[in-house]
Design a protein around this ligand. Sequence first.
Ligand SMILES: Cc1ncc(C[n+]2csc(CCOP(=O)(O)OP(=O)(O)O)c2C)c(N)n1
Ligand SMILES: [Mg+2]
Length: 329
Amino acid sequence: MSDTLATPDARTLVEIYRRATLIKQNDERFRSVIKSGKLVMPYYSPRGQEIIPAATSVHLGDGDTICTIYRGIHDMLAKGVPPKKLWAELAGKITGTSKGKGGPMHVTDPSHGVMVTTGIVGSSMPIANGLALAAQVRGTKAVSIAYFGDGASNIGAFHESLNLASIWKLPVVFICQNNRYGEHTKYALSTAVARISDRATSYSMPGVHVDGNDPVAMWAAAGNAIERARAGDGPTLIEAMTYRFHGHIFGDADAYMDKAEKKAAMEADPVPALRARLIAQGHASEADLAAMEAAIESEIDEALQFALDSPYPELAELRRDVYAEELPE
Ligand SMILES: Cc1ncc(C[n+]2csc(CCOP(=O)(O)OP(=O)(O)O)c2C)c(N)n1
Ligand SMILES: [Mg+2]
């Protein structure tokens, strides 16, 4: 591994902040809208995990793909799914990414490289392998990212996928977002190793343990792994340490979460921390960032209104897109 990347330039850091802020503000709005009863849906908040996809996605191009999980709203927004299409999908409307037929747990938007969002723990990885294999066979130089949680690293598909990706040198990066909980269970009660990144050794690939809330470290780790995959040198496992600010699902009383640990994580909120850093280092002014935040707020206002105003799919949509309507010659 070349490990050539060390520090992002000012423009890139500001862009990471923009993506992280979009995710944070979007999450805050989702939670308040669900609370108000305007929209009803199961919602898995990614709040606290913003920096991981924000710092990863700045290395990705239009041809690169991601596979993510029910909590992956942050991964989708960072990859470029327009908030309007996302809100409409979550609301079950015809204008959504999957015509409202995927809903919150199955957002798919190939036009922005979001190839699958899955509720089956561990299943983002074999699908990312398939996309990587297609890129390898076609010689497109595209890279595929599999995002998944710490709990998913105990599922058979994790081990099978890492093994196959290593043997075939697939252009895939496995990014485990270790938010310290799998559903209602603390990390140490379900996972035998202290570091998931150590599991990479079993599959002869680099295993990188990184503070996923540190934008510079995360940017470098993701960038090096993506460069390695694109160069044909094979997969990397990244374990990005983070913290889930809320319970597993919206409405979960989160009584099983350690209160002091949670308080400390929220006080170290990575999004305002990056904001302060940008200003302290002279990369952006207070006024620049305030204007950026206001523009994001308006974009979310519009997305919400668009989702509320859009119609539900007609009954005729029920079986459409499920089976091929015309078989290719
Ligand atoms: C194959 C499978 N087993 C169990 C479940 C139930 N389940 C849903 S979420 C979850 C926890 C996953 O935790 P993690 O991988 O850490 O992701 P996080 O929710 O923390 O982002 C479990 C066990 C499932 N959806 N799929
Ligand atoms: Mg987890």
